[in-house]
Ligand binder design. Structure first.
Ligand code: G6P
Ligand code: MG
Length: 220
């Protein structure tokens, strides 16, 4: 039976995915690259430097910057993102998430976090939900980003739970692939056109319920 639930952060627990988008959009504009929400889907769950590479390729400017210049661009995006997350408070926890964390805990199930963001600890602190997590992966220790399963496997290992007894929750296509690659049951939050591969999919977080997720896991 299920022993752990491992959550993504941005776009699942809180809507910081919108802030990542805003910061990339602004950086893109400053170097003449326009992005829209459709392209942004390819940045979700993807590390900072890989997101920058994708942005530059999108604008056909992948050969225009030195490594040092790219570092500077990524830093600029992060500085803007950090400005935006200063306003994050516990009120920004997405609907249904707090109850879900409480219900999972009450069931004696472990909770982990597998976010690619180096800002994850700060956001968790601002949301005041650190107490719910038995383990949060430090993304700076992860060598292969999502869709590689590494980050989810790391979380499971730290929680001392076999993959087959873990459930992962994600809003990104790369994230669903990472969960399934780790041999876990994947709960998706988002649109079926994008997250159709999830083992169980809901359109938004308010539809997440622990009894229902558990039932789906057991019937899988
Ligand atoms: C998450 C977000 C991505 C972001 C990545 C790295 O996976 O979904 O949009 O690029 O984290 O975040 P960071 O805060 O380290 O730049
Ligand atoms: Mg996400």
């Amino acid at each position: 039976s299920v022993e752990a639930v491992i959550f993504d952060l941005d776009g699942v627990i809180t809507d910081t995915a919108a802030y990542h988008y805003e910061a990339w959009k602004e950086l893109g504009e400053s170097i003449g690259i326009a992005i829209d929400e459709e392209f942004n889907e390819q940045l979700k769950g993807v590390s900072r430097m890989e997101s920058l590479e994708r942005l530059l390729r999108h604008g056909n400017r992948q050969d225009d910057f030195t490594e040092q210049e790219k570092e500077k661009l990524a830093t600029r995006k992060n500085e803007q993102y950090k400005r935006l997350i200063k306003r994050v408070t516990p009120d920004d926890i997405l609907p249904g998430i707090k109850q879900l964390l409480v219900d999972i805990r009450q069931d004696g199930i472990k909770i982990g976090m597998a976010s690619a963001s180096k800002n994850a600890f700060e956001v968790v602190g601002s949301l005041k939900i650190a107490e719910y997590f038995d383990y949060i992966v430090d993304s700076s220790t992860v060598s292969k980003g999502k869709p590689d399963p590494e980050i989810f496997l790391k979380a499971a290992e730290a929680l001392q739970v076999p993959s087959s007894r873990c459930i992962g929750v994600e809003d990104a296509e790369a994230g669903i692939e990472a969960i399934q690659g780790a041999g876990m049951f994947a709960v998706g939050v988002g649109k079926p056109q994008l997250l159709g591969k999830a083992d169980y999919l809901v359109e938004n977080t308010s539809l997440l319920s622990w009894p229902e997720i558990k039932k789906r896991y057991h019937h899988s």
